[in-house]
Design a binder for this molecule. Structure first.
Ligand SMILES: [Zn+2]
Ligand SMILES: [Zn+2]
Length: 251
């Protein structure tokens, strides 16, 4: 059975060749060796130069997911996190830095809603969580995407955080549960000073009663100042969630 399938996919790639989601260069599908991990499967979608330039996070602060400051360890936060309030989100895990090809990949997902790309990102993130945050993976854990406002969701037709969360849920074999609603559409945070972002997002989320007692893994595409995750975490905490952690593709 595998021969006709290979032949078909070979034909399909001749008719509509694969393109790198970061730079749109045509890529050659490597059918020789199946990817050994979700991270490899994700990287294989990119062209060779973009793979090379993707800035994977290898050591990072548990709280903010950034690789900053000396003395980072499993129990220590970075110097910046030790001095600021992190709200209710206990840990944040990310895959790569939001720059270069990694940034282009997320922009494509945001504006084109490429479902297989979202899932591949989510599966690689899930794999990282298994490796780095094994202690979170209890039977009770639920995966919750950061929501868009209903109008924006309707206009776009998808929420990129949901696409990623579906891949995370699949990799961790935990349910995807949308426990949050966005009360109002907030303006884009680009250009808003960091310390004003918490104000802009204050009260932007409402958690459903089902959040009571839940252990929640919040999933979003990007963490910049952390204001969105803090606001979402606060809403979950107010609804009685027991523990809240976060996972983002990039930071
Ligand atoms: Zn590329
Ligand atoms: Zn930190």
């Amino acid at each position: 059975m595998s021969f006709p399938a290979t032949l078909l996919s070979g034909l399909a790639s001749l008719i509509a060749p694969e393109r790198c989601p970061a730079c749109r260069a045509y890529t050659l599908a490597d059918e020789q060796r199946p990817p050994a991990s979700a991270r490899e499967a994700l990287a294989a979608q990119l062209c060779a130069p973009c793979q090379e330039r993707l800035d994977w996070l290898e050591v990072a602060c548990r709280a903010c997911a950034l690789p900053r400051g000396p003395g980072l360890s499993e129990s220590r936060r970075c110097s910046s996190c030790r001095s600021q309030s992190l709200g209710r989100v206990r840990t944040t895990t990310a895959l790569y830095r939001y720059r270069g090809p990694g940034r282009h990949v997320l922009r494509r997902l945001k504006y084109e809603g490429h479902d297989p790309l979202g899932r591949a990102l989510g599966r690689a993130l899930g794999e990282r969580l298994r490796r780095w945050r094994g202690e979170l993976l209890s039977e009770e854990l639920v995966i919750c995407p950061v929501p868009l406002h209903a109008w924006r969701r309707l206009g776009r037709g998808y929420n990129q955080a949901e696409l990623i969360a579906a891949g995370v849920a699949e990799a961790l074999e935990r349910p995807l549960v949308c426990l949050l609603r966005r009360r109002r559409a907030t303006r884009a945070l680009y250009g808003v000073r960091r310390h004003h972002r918490d104000q802009v997002l204050s009260g932007a989320f409402r958690a459903l009663p089902a959040a009571a007692g839940a252990r929640v893994l919040l999933v979003d595409d990007i963490r910049t100042s952390g204001a969105t995750l803090r606001a979402a975490g606060r809403a979950l905490h107010e609804a009685g969630a027991r523990r809240i952690d976060a996972a983002v593709v990039a930071c």
